[in-house]
Design a protein around this ligand. Structure first.
Ligand code: SAH
Length: 389
């Protein structure tokens, strides 16, 4: 088989079971082509394992467990069986990339319709096999489709169009209705963000919802309604949903009708959250609960400083708008900003706001987004639920 030999000392991260090998760690590539399966050796000639060569990526080799694609998919799907058991949700991540031994493969299931993103040469090459295995091992699977319009594909030199296509089985409807407990959502898997929905915030939505009872809630970066609809279902007196995307808000309005709870006044604002928060401050508006679930501010380590300023800005503004005993649920999905740094940024914002907060809870992505212990890069989402005292 083709082989990759690492520079002296660079076998260390592979021995620690980290799945990525960057180009700088590689001494020689003895391969007939720029892409394909390889065996990885240390400079001293020790065989370290099997990998897959990416021609256009900074991550030249991704380590792959020495097993069949079918077995790897079957294991990943099998691990999620308990998610469907209690009927709480009909939308689950079935494959979480490197952390399920399938580098660059994400598969999210929405009520039987599985939507994948393939963001490595390995994933792209094996997508038909992966789709067939998903169909075979997910007992609820009606069809498997693919989203190609993601930045990660561009970085890997993979084609980004057409944005959506069916690989196997049935064509999904324009809007798929999923549930999270009592709350239902319509998911647009063709043009919604990621594969259509932020499944990673499922546990946080459930945790934060009950705090909204009887309260006036500002849900910033609402997307299709997420936290705001949980607040409505939990008896909030008012919910203001703010997002820059008109399409997301249009779906949020349709989702509102699916929550059988009257008495919550709903307001939708298409605006930039940074600007909206300043307007609220200038007009002296206040809230009992604020959710901040922004998009990724730092795409890489080089953007950490700028992103930190962005997080501090919105958190400081939100803290000033909170009434006494108010709840702030604040999140960051920037992998480059760890939980500790995020906590520091939020603490600095509180200091500048001149207010005391209790930490009520820490959050992370749900159990269907497991992270391999040897792969800290897989841990990106963190959140804090705070109470202003
Ligand atoms: N909380 C949501 C997910 C939020 S995703 C859920 O539970 O489903 C982040 C959202 O922020 C996206 O909908 C995006 O349209 C929106 N967004 C990005 N930048 C924004 C900005 N500057 N102002 C307002 N919304 C923004």
């Amino acid at each position: 088989m083709d082989r990759v030999v690492l520079r002296p000392g660079r076998e260390r991260s592979v021995l620690k079971r980290h799945p990525w090998i960057f180009s700088g760690a590689i001494d020689t590539v003895k391969s007939s082509s720029a892409e394909g399966p390889v065996e990885v050796f240390s400079a001293a000639g020790e065989r370290l394992g099997a990998g897959y060569l990416s021609p256009a990526s900074q991550i030249r080799v991704r380590m792959v467990p020495e097993d069949t694609i079918e077995n790897l998919v079957a294991s990943a799907v099998g691990r999620r069986a308990s998610f469907f058991a209690d009927g709480y949700t009909t939308a689950v991540r079935l494959v979480n990339a490197e952390s399920d031994g399938l580098p660059g493969v994400v598969a999210d299931c929405y009520c039987g319709f599985v939507v994948c993103q393939f963001t490595s040469a390995f994933a792209e090459r094996h997508k038909d096999e992966i789709a067939a295995a998903l169909m075979k091992y997910d007992p609820f699977c009606l069809g498997v489709s693919e989203r190609r319009d993601c930045d990660a594909r561009e970085k890997e030199g993979l084609a980004t169009g057409p944005a959506f296509s069916v690989l196997l089985g049935e064509e999904p409807p324009d809007a798929i209705e999923i549930c999270e407990g009592q709350v239902k959502f319509l998911v647009d898997v063709r043009s919604g963000h990621k594969t259509g929905f932020y499944l990673d915030q499922r546990d946080a939505r459930a945790l934060v919802g009950p705090f909204a009872n009887g309260r006036e809630v500002l849900n910033c970066f609402s997307y299709t309604g997420g936290f705001g609809l949980f607040a409505r279902a939990c008896g909030a007196s008012k919910v203001v949903q703010v997002d820059a995307s008109a399409g997301a808000l249009a779906l949020a309005k349709r989702n509102e009708a699916l929550v059988h709870m009257c008495g919550t006044e709903m307001e939708y604002v298409e605006a930039d959250v940074f600007r909206f928060l300043r307007e609220c401050r200038d007009r002296g508006r206040s809230f009992d609960m604020i959710v901040l679930d922004p998009p990724k501010f730092a795409a890489s380590k080089s953007q950490v400083m700028r992103a930190a300023r962005g997080y501090k800005d919105i958190n400081l503004l939100a803290m000033k708008l909170l009434r006494k005993d108010g709840i702030l649920a604040t999140f960051s999905c920037s992998g480059a900003i760890g939980a500790e740094l995020f906590g520091k940024i939020v603490a600095e914002a509180a200091e500048d706001a001149g207010r005391d907060f209790q930490i009520v809870a820490h959050t992370r992505a749900g159990h269907d987004h497991p992270v391999m212990l040897s792969f800290p890069e897989g841990e990106y989402l963190k959140g804090l639920v705070l109470r202003a005292v």
